[in-house]
Ligand binder design. Sequence first.
Ligand SMILES: Nc1nc2c([nH]c(=O)n2[C@H]2C[C@H](O)[C@@H](COP(=O)(O)OP(=O)(O)OP(=O)(O)O)O2)c(=O)[nH]1
Length: 138
Amino acid sequence: MQGCTKQMKHHEVVAAIIIDDDKILCVQRDHGKYDYISLKYEFPGGKIESGETKEQALQRELLEELDADIKIEREFLTVNHQYPDFSVTMHSFICTALNSTFNLKEHIAFKWLNPEKLSTLDWAEADIPIVSKLMKES
Ligand SMILES: Nc1nc2c([nH]c(=O)n2[C@H]2C[C@H](O)[C@@H](COP(=O)(O)OP(=O)(O)OP(=O)(O)O)O2)c(=O)[nH]1
């Protein structure tokens, strides 16, 4: 009998590390389909759509999620992570916000933290290498 293997989904994701006055914006995900990322902290961003560059995807996601207009300063770290039901390649970028206010349209909470305090939050697993690098470089 022919084996039936289910191809695991893969997502290309972009995430913004927004720095203002030495503090970093951390946002909390809502409850969702998967427990292991529900209510976890993450960096704002999302999936790259077809035809978009990483930078275009990041600008679009930040407007959609936070009404935030951002300046992308530089690429920071790309992480490959396997969750139980899908895998992600997440490209993170150091950014600054061009407007001083934002609205949480999808997330349930936010915190501005100094890098050394980042480990006090419960992060999505894929974010751990990014958080560690930010803490090491602070
Ligand atoms: N934006 C973001 N996503 C992250 C981070 N860490 C992490 O594991 N992810 C995962 C969670 C999601 O499975 C995926 C991003 O998808 P999403 O659901 O936030 O993106 P989206 O806004 O395009 O969502 P949708 O339209 O498909 O609902 O990457 C992170 O720091 N930021």
